[in-house]
Design a protein around this ligand. Structure first.
Ligand code: C2E
Ligand code: MG
Ligand code: MG
Ligand code: MG
Length: 292
């Protein structure tokens, strides 16, 4: 291929490669710095019970406001963090911050339920993960039952004895486990039934557009039924439209998350959102009391 493209083609190719490698190293460097300078932040997206609209949890989503690049999306920097190993320190920061914020919501008397934190394979399998997790909970004074870990389906933990033992130990402490992006990977029934999982988060790509077509309906209906049969709670991610919400209600999907209900938001905004939500639910349950 190099011969076909000729000398110029080859030179062009290596130059591109050098640029992208350079860009990656630059980002890696900036990411380390951002972590050291406490320049990263968490946004929180509510997860709701579809039947009554109550908040059942929030998911912590990492945000990196870069001084010159603007907001760098996790899809760009998480892979870099994973490959470089920064994910271990980064993940620990996320856990600590999320536990601390969740403790604050409890203290304010307005807990949104569990706080869910995304965990990468490399972070999970790092030797210090378990101790760091317990320490994070203890330092924040957060009960383990207020925390959930989201593991992506692609982590392929099936048959991984070390991961299995670890997750069992985590679950034994009372921390909940969710399989994230379900439906995009290759989970087997073996995977779902052998790991101590509570929740299945159905990947938003399975919605296949703003109005669920016959195929999307069939697939999601089947996953929700399977989750129920296995005693897992199903959460549909990425709900954006009223049509999707109607369909999910129709098939009895227990929980939802998505822009249609609430976007990920900074912590102070989440507090306001929770207060408004509580007022709304109170007004619905007891209209006379809130009419003053
Ligand atoms: P995820 O865990 O599946 O998170 C859900 C993603 O969907 C988030 O993207 C969220 O902003 C987005 N989302 C939520 N509702 C909607 C919707 O209605 N429509 C659309 N189009 N998108 C919606 P985000 O924040 O960009 O994060 C992307 C991925 O990056 C996450 O996917 C997760 O895998 C990873 N990630 C984020 N924060 C962390 C972290 O702290 N640690 C690790 N290891 N991974 C993280
Ligand atoms: Mg997630
Ligand atoms: Mg997800
Ligand atoms: Mg997803």
């Amino acid at each position: 291929r190099i011969k076909q493209d000729g000398k110029n083609g080859f030179r062009f190719f290596t130059q591109d490669m050098n640029e992208s490698t350079h860009d990656r190293l630059r980002l890696e460097h900036d990411l380390r710095r951002a972590l050291e300078n406490d320049a990263l932040t968490l946004h929180y997206q509510p997860r709701l019970s579809l039947a009554d609209g109550r908040v059942v949890g929030v998911e912590a989503l990492l945000r990196w406001p870069h001084p010159t690049r603007g907001m760098v999306p996790p899809s760009e920097f998480i892979p870099i963090a994973e490959e470089s190993g920064i994910i271990v320190a980064l993940g620990e920061w996320v856990l600590r911050r999320a536990c601390r914020d969740a403790r604050g919501w409890l203290d304010a008397g307005r807990s949104p339920g569990r706080v869910a934190v995304n965990v990468s394979a490399r972070q999970l399998l790092h030797g210090d993960f378990f101790d760091g997790l317990l320490q994070g909970l203890a330092d924040a004074g957060l009960p383990a039952t207020a925390l959930e870990l989201e593991l992506t389906e692609s982590m392929a933990l099936t048959g991984h004895a070390q991961a299995h033992a670890l997750l069992q130990a985590v679950a034994d402490r009372g921390v909940s486990l969710a399989v994230d992006d379900f439906g995009t990977g290759y989970s087997s029934f073996e995977y779902l039934s052998s790991l101590p999982i509570d929740t299945l988060k159905i990947d938003r790509s399975l919605l296949r557009g703003p109005v669920p077509d016959a195929r999307a309906r069939g697939i999601i209906r089947a996953i929700v039924a399977m989750a129920e049969a296995l005693g897992l709670s199903a959460v549909m991610e990425g709900v954006e439209t009223a049509e999707q919400a109607d369909f999910l209600r129709e098939i009895g999907c227990p929980q939802v998350q998505g822009f249609f209900y609430a976007r990920p938001m900074p912590e102070p905004e989440l507090r306001k959102w929770l207060a408004a939500q509580a007022a709304g639910v109170a007004a619905m349950m007891c209209p006379a009391m809130s009419s003053t």
